[in-house]
Design a protein around this ligand. Structure first.
Ligand SMILES: [Zn+2]
Length: 166
């Protein structure tokens, strides 16, 4: 068993419209997880929605800002959360060895979690996809995954996180 700290993970959904070729409007959607060091109160939720909406609007010109809807909902508590072929946790001062051991524990319990859901005939839980983290040889700090250590780059430091790429 593990005593690694678990943090609340939220799912943020963004919906917006884009102008189609024939003057029609196309509804688009994107979703992403975010980890918070504490349970978000309503002010914390508002702030997260504001930042998410700003970030989404900045990344594509064709969006109609009036039609942007952002929703945020609690997903689950965990030590690590999935991003695009990587996982992140909050940097609480772990050593590389502690972070890797924690990640190994996380991958094992997540594999059991998915196996159990399959056994019970429950739908897949996309919020907990491992995205290749099952393959230990992929773990690393950089995009090539060639360092067997969590990433502590400037970007990670700025966000107060550790990242394991896989
Ligand atoms: Zn990094």
């Amino acid at each position: 068993m593990t005593n690694d700290p678990k943090f609340p993970i939220y799912l943020i959904d963004n919906y917006w419209t884009e102008d189609g070729k024939d003057g029609d409007r196309i509804v688009q959607h994107s979703a992403g997880l975010i980890m918070s060091s504490d349970v978000l109160d309503s002010a914390g939720r508002e702030e997260l929605i504001r930042r998410s909406t700003e970030g989404m609007l900045g990344s594509r010109e064709s969006k109609n800002p009036d039609h942007m809807v952002t929703e945020i909902g609690f997903s689950h508590y965990e030590t690590w959360y999935v991003r695009w072929f990587s996982h992140r946790t909050i940097d609480v001062g772990q050593t590389d060895e502690e972070a890797l051991r924690s990640f190994e524990d996380f991958v094992l319990r997540t594999e059991v979690y998915h196996e159990r859901r399959r056994y019970l005939g429950l739908p897949e839980d996309g919020d907990r996809f491992l995205m290749g983290a099952e393959d230990r040889w992929r773990w690393g700090a950089k995009e090539s995954g060639d360092d067997m250590a969590p990433c502590r780059c400037d970007g990670c430091k700025k966000n107060g996180v550790l990242t394991i790429v896989h």
